[in-house]
Structure formats: C-alpha cells, structure tokens
Design a protein. Sequence first.
Length: 285
Amino acid sequence: MRRRRPPVAHAGAGEDLRDGREALQETAPGRAATAPTDLEAPDPCLRGDDRATRMRSEKLAAVGLLAAGVMHEINNPLSAILAYAQLLLKGELTERQRADLERIAAEALRASRIVQNLLTFARPMRPQKSATNVNRAVESALELRQHELDRDGVAVSALLRPGLPPVEADPNQLQQVFINIINNAHDAVLEQGGGDARLTIATHAHDGHVCVTFDDNGPGIAEDCLGRIFDPFFTTKEAGRGTGLGLAVCHGIIREHGGRISALNLPRAGARFVVELPAAAQDAS
C-alpha cells in the first residue's frame, strides 16, 4: 500500500482463468497529513485524532456504497472477456497470438481480483467473533508468509508476550489484517535493500487493550502519505501494481472490532504499524 512491491509475474494465466470466472459468477448480485505527535512515547499504542477517524469512516462508507453500485456493471463484461479468452486459448494459435491472449487473460484475471477486493470492501462480512488469542493469530499469519520471508532473507523477530488476555474477535479476519501488514513490511524492506531486512512483531497489553506492533527497517512512509494510507484507493505503487484497498480493508476490520490501527515512522529508520484491540471481559471467578 505504501511502497513499491517487487513485480509479480502473471504465470499460468490460462490455469487461473477458470478460478477468476467462478469468483466473478459467485459475487455477481441476483503514509503532510497529521502523524502521531507522541512518536517517542514508550507506549506504542498511539491513539489517532477522533475527528480524523470519524472523517475517514464516513469516506469509507461513501466509497463502499459507490463500489457496491458499480461492481455489477463491471462483473458482466469481465465475465465475457474471461470466457472468450479461455475459448480462444484452446484453439490452434501462433506463438504471438497465444502470448497476446495470455496477456489479455492475465489482465482480465487481475481485474477480477480487483473486483473481489472491491466487493469485500463494499460489503464486508460480519465478523464471527469469539475469544481469540492474539499471539496465536500472529503466529498463524507468520506461518503462512514464512517461506517468502525466508526466501528473500527477511529476519523476523516475534516478541509475543505470554499470558495476554483474549480479545473478542474473528480470528480469520485478524489473520487477514496481520498478513496484509506483514506483506507491506516485506515489500518495504526489500525496497530499502542493503541485505539487512528486518521485521519485528511484538505484543503486549496496555490499559485494557491488547496491542500488536509491526516494526520494519524499510525506508519509512513519506510524510505526505502518513495521513492517507488507510484511505480507499490510495496507493504509492506504480500504475497497475496496487489497488489501494488492502489497508483500507484492514482499517474497516479493526474498526468493526472496536479497535484502532495506526502507522508512524520510527525515529531512526523504518515504519511501525500498530493494531490495538479491546481485551475481552474476564469472569471474576
């Protein structure tokens, strides 16, 4: 969301085509904005300005309504493009023709994924909340991303404090948020280069909340982007390489859980993302 991501090869476009069509059919209807001022405060659970949060929430709601209104019209032509590309790829083609069709298929598939993200953003599923161990959710997210992190030489430190109170949350949605932030940090440290890529994830309890911090040693977030990175469709990536929805979705999920998500630049280098969730009520027995 905030930095450039290494190019992703669209390999095997023909193989993914069917999945893209099925997904479309299933979903068709019927960082000099204000940064936190207490940067060097010992407690990383930094609270944002309530007015800014309220304005962002209203903006998210408005964009959600717009997205829901136009997705049906986008789904129909995308379905046709995907279907005809699939049919044409089955015929006898020259090398140039096949390459062109695979490019069409890959771009149509990418568009279908953007549609899915928009639909998720516009019509988020209600969280299935239960008493959730935040440390376990962090560990699950890391397990899913560990291979890619190891492959790119990213050193990960997980400082998970034991004995944290549970939170009332949907573990799958928390995992989605954590994976998105980990991916963001992964991209950032690769962009920084230098062979010393690090990501530190820490948890602790504070003032009735459970906090998760994600610190990377990447280039940090441009000051004029800090106040906008959770806005829908805002991205600093090159054209065609980012939808600007990942962090907006994360913001919506954490808000739905009664929590806060924020970002800031660290004093020396890199960035920090903070997720703060209210601890679940404990029985006094």
